[in-house]
Design a protein around this ligand. Sequence first.
Ligand SMILES: Cc1cc2nc3c(=O)[nH]c(=O)nc-3n(C[C@H](O)[C@H](O)[C@H](O)COP(=O)(O)OP(=O)(O)OC[C@H]3O[C@@H](n4cnc5c(N)ncnc54)[C@H](O)[C@@H]3O)c2cc1C
Length: 432
Amino acid sequence: MQEVDVLVVGGGLSGLAAAVAAAASGARTMLLERGSALGGNVSQAYVHTFCGLFEAPGNAEDFVYANPGFTPWFTEGLRKQGAACAPEVHGRVAVMPVYPPRLAEYAYAISRDFPSLSIQLNATLERLTMDAAGAEKAVAVYRQQGVEKSVAAVTVIDATGDATAGALAGAAVVMPTAEQLQNATLIFRVSGANRADLSGYSRLRISAAIARGAQQGELPAMCESIFIRPGELQDEAYISLNLPKWKDRVFAPLNEQFLVEYTAYAHELAHSLTVFLRKHVSGWAECHLLSWPAAIGIRESRRLSGRYVMTEKDILSGAQRDDVVARSTWPVELWHDHYHATFQYPEAVCDIPLAALLSQSHDNMGMAGRCMSGSNEALGALRVLGTAMATGEAVGIAAALAVDQGVTMAQVSAAAVRACRDDLINTTFIQP
Ligand SMILES: Cc1cc2nc3c(=O)[nH]c(=O)nc-3n(C[C@H](O)[C@H](O)[C@H](O)COP(=O)(O)OP(=O)(O)OC[C@H]3O[C@@H](n4cnc5c(N)ncnc54)[C@H](O)[C@@H]3O)c2cc1C
């Protein structure tokens, strides 16, 4: 059986950051990703904007990165490749548009620069045996293109978004109720978009035409809430179709059968929308579906119980802590219907402690990104991509330090993680 120091499960941006940081800190690291590309929700669900990168509401135009290290290194690297655009100010926050297919390619390219990092694509974790006290190595069984394989690891990082590794290992997890879970969105790509309608207030013309079409019965009623952004090609656009929960069926994003049926329903709505744009909106006669995403965009599902649970109050008050390892800046953004999100803005940047990235029950398990430890409301802020990368980097360093020091992850100090990250900033995560 293959042996590694750090096993990262999930190749979204939190998992990528964790794996690169662990490998850069000297750990033999393996990353398992069930999809055929790195990037998680970016490459699989076409999420195409980085939120939570920059400091300070109120200071949005300064574009000061809230977290040093992997996040600016990776993001600025993307921009240099033309895979991400200049930041844009949207009201009180700043975001950075990215091009999903280009991001997946860049993520793979940088991972190859770390000889102690092994990336396994099309590799789905199926079983994980782990001793809660961290005295024994964990054994993970995964399936890669039909072949069952196994790997032993000292430490494990759950970056699956759904706390799948934690659940398989019997770690303490939290599953919100169907009512608490945020609504999902299908983001799809079209060609033949009228470029003039893709920026500023002109975008409202399309949203208004679609809302009118739904009211007048030319479109299914549930198509009424969309958002549209330009893609990389001249006539390409991303359309985000916000989906209602079904009235007669429990919203169950971890249930495969539910997801199959819900995705088919979403595709049907998106098809109607494309036909409507082509037939009824001037300048869109050539609009055609370019591609569906590999997966519908699920904002929230299961998460791990951590040694600290981030709260809405932490986020909104800008809580400061001595054991900080990453920082959160995004507002509490909650999608509790398909019409719109609610936003609550923080007073200041909020500190994330290492304890929110460590499993409450398993001493050698950490987590990052969408399945880190927090309340539903806190995760409305913490789940965004800028914060996912920063938490991934921190927990990847903690996992590597535990191996290096011969202790469990639960015994690693936040100060040691910060010191190691400062070293990486000088040696590896040098700004391009
Ligand atoms: C519709 C939608 C719109 C969003 N808009 C934005 C936005 O504009 N800006 C922003 O910053 N954020 C946005 N987000 C949030 C953001 O996309 C996610 O929270 C972010 O992707 C979290 O990253 P992650 O690495 O934690 O998880 P994910 O991106 O979900 O990655 C998890 C990875 O784990 C893999 N995986 C899961 N199970 C297994 C297994 N058993 N074995 C191996 N691999 C496994 C998955 O294939 C996936 O690649 C949006 C999310 C959604 C759904």
